[in-house]
Design a protein around this ligand. Structure first.
Ligand SMILES: Nc1nc2c(c(=O)[nH]1)N[C@H]1C(S)=C(S)[C@@H](COP(=O)(O)O)O[C@H]1N2
Ligand SMILES: [Mo]
Length: 555
């Protein structure tokens, strides 16, 4: 007899389930990594990164052999080969974890480390790309440890039951255990484990855990991979998209951008542009299938394609966007060069009926904003549908392929991203997403000013240093910015040359900083001659107000 038998099966029986446990742990590792890759870094899929690595290192003759053998299916063949390798390796890890713990975990951690290395050394990865394989390794390790422990408990109780049966029947030598696995087996035996109910309990626990882990891995892994593929296919479409050149360009005057270290750039780079939305995952819309519906109180319901928008002719618009949630001195404001078409021309296509006073714009994810109709039809206000942002198609997270931008209104009542519908209606009849949630139905931006440098609470060396920042009063323009140090007089700041009234301006004052702690305050005046509101207000229901006061330590 080559194998020792227990009443419920052979030793090979447990080896088999250990291999299955290993495969499940490997699947949990990969699925977890795929899920986190979707969230943090789409290029961080372990299996694809290792696949890419293999493609890079495989010698040319072998590549040619692969192409000759598998033709255009060479990549699929590689992935299937890798998949088989993963199955075999993780099965071995599972067996190792059963018979020589913690060798299985060590094997899994080594595999995790190798795939992490394959990921972080690939070109163009984000700094967070290490996270998915690392979290995946942790998840896989936990599962392999837990499953192996369950399996040992099952084996131990099964042996105990076998031994009990042996003593009862008087037969000998059937339930001997190898010295190496006797120790964990004994340790894992729960009180009362030496009877049949305990054995079936242990077995059931193993199967329940293995089943849950395996099923979740398959569901999470497949769903995450599918989602990643949809996102990256729209990303590929966006990257390949060439927007027509603008018919008219915005002239950025000389002196529009000041050269002060620590001061915000005149145009906020897309990657630094604040993002605020209710979307859990970024909507992915193929511009080919995208449609804008203009309906409600219109003469004629109109549907427009992406091409229809482009065919209207695109112009450049420099507009500073602001979030109602921006606290005094906050970061939820950014300036961009948008490429788009006037909303008034879009609405004209449908013909607005009299009696309407609002446009309810809707996003593909159901989000809505209520914008006063007058702001969208005003000939002197550049309310637009934007398709481009700072020289590229809109980034996915900023509303690709089409969003609204309206100068002078907070984003939540005007800047709908992933736009799909413009419903002409009334404030009396319709309500937008944030209205029942404690925010005003109408919300013009409260003009404001911000100190960018020196940073709040920072320590600077004494001597001549600039105090600088930005100020915005979209649709009106900034007339004056003043700075006050401690209890001194308000001093006028030097302003950058404004691009237009819809963009922020930069400002600075030179300061001869003396050692000690100083208060620096800023306030703006708009071109209507109104002074920025001094009184502090919270962001709800219609935006913060107050003069920013910053504490600076000079050494
Ligand atoms: N679809 C959709 N569009 C939206 C939002 C949203 O939650 N969903 N948030 C709005 C808010 S509150 C702001 S401030 C701006 C922010 O635009 P950004 O993320 O491109 O900076 O988008 C607006 N458009
Ligand atoms: Mo916002």
């Amino acid at each position: 007899m080559s194998q020792r038998n227990t009443p419920s099966g052979t030793r090979g029986h447990f080896i088999f389930w250990a291999a299955i446990a290993g495969v499940i742990s490997g699947a949990v590792f990969l699925a977890t990594a795929e899920l986190f890759a979707l969230i943090f870094a789409r290029a961080a899929s372990p299996i694809l990164a290792v696949g890419g690595f293999v493609i890079d290192i495989v010698p040319q003759p072998f590549k040619e052999f692969a192409i000759a053998t598998f033709g255009e299916y060479d990549k699929i063949a590689l992935l299937i080969g890798l998949g088989l390798a993963v199955v075999i390796a993780s099965a071995i890890a599972g067996v190792l974890q059963l018979v020589r713990p913690p060798l299985g975990v060590i094997a899994l951690v080594i595999a995790g480390a190798l795939s992490t290395a394959a990921i972080v050394t690939r070109a163009g990865v984000t700094p967070l790309a290490f996270l998915p394989p690392v979290i995946g390794t942790v998840a896989g390790s936990v599962i392999i440890v837990v499953l192996a422990r369950r399996l040992r408990a099952w084996r131990a109780s099964s042996r105990a039951a076998g031994a009990a049966a042996v003593t009862e029947t008087g037969a000998a030598g059937a339930a001997g255990a190898a010295p190496t696995d006797a120790a964990p087996a004994v340790k894992d035996v729960a009180p009362g484990a030496s009877d049949k109910p305990a054995k079936s309990m242990d077995r059931r626990q193993f199967f329940i855990l293995a089943g849950i882990a395996g099923a979740s891995a398959v569901i999470v892994g497949v769903a995450s991979r599918a989602a990643t593929m949809v996102v990256s296919s729209v990303e590929t479409i966006r990257d390949a998209l060439k927007l027509p050149s603008p018919r008219t360009k915005v002239t950025v005057p000389q002196g529009a951008e000041l050269d002060v270290p620590g001061l915000s750039k005149l145009f906020t780079p897309n990657k630094d542009f604040y993002r605020v939305d209710t979307a859990l995952t970024v909507p992915t819309i193929d511009p080919e299938t995208w449609r804008l519906v203009i309906d409600g109180m219109v003469d004629e319901r109109v549907e427009m394609s992406f091409q229809d928008i482009l065919d209207m002719g695109l112009d450049e618009y420099a507009i500073t966007l602001t979030c109602v949630s921006n606290e005094v001195g906050g970061e939820l404001v950014g300036n961009a060069m948008w490429l788009g078409v006037p909303l008034r021309d879009v609405l004209k296509k449908a013909g607005v009926k009299s009696g309407a006073d609002m446009v309810l714009s809707r996003s593909i994810d159901g989000y809505t904003a209520s914008t006063p109709l007058s702001a969208l039809t005003d000939d002197n206000l550049d309310a637009i549908l934007a398709v481009g942002m700072n020289g590229e198609p809109l980034p996915l997270e900023h509303g690709f392929p089409v969003r609204m931008v309206v100068p002078g209104l907070y984003g939540y009542v005007s800047a709908t991203k992933w736009l799909t519908e413009l419903k002409v209606t009334t404030f009396a009849d319709d309500e937008a997403y944030w209205t029942p949630r404690g925010y005003s139905a109408e919300a013009p931006i409260k003009f404001s000013s911000r100190i960018d440098t020196p940073k709040l609470g920072s320590a600077v060396a004494s001597g001549k240093i600039p105090i600088a920042g930005v100020a915005w009063a979209q649709s009106v323009g900034i007339e004056k910015v003043e700075v006050k140090i401690d209890e001194g007089d308000w001093m006028p700041a030097t302003l950058s040359a404004p691009i237009n009234e819809d963009t922020w301006v930069q400002w600075f004052v030179d300061w001869d900083a003396t050692p000690g702690t100083h208060y620096v305050a800023v306030r703006a005046t708009n071109k209507n001659g109104d002074l920025q509101i001094e009184e502090r207000a919270p962001i709800a229901p219609n935006g913060s107000s107050g003069w920013q006061r910053s504490l600076v330590r000079v050494t």
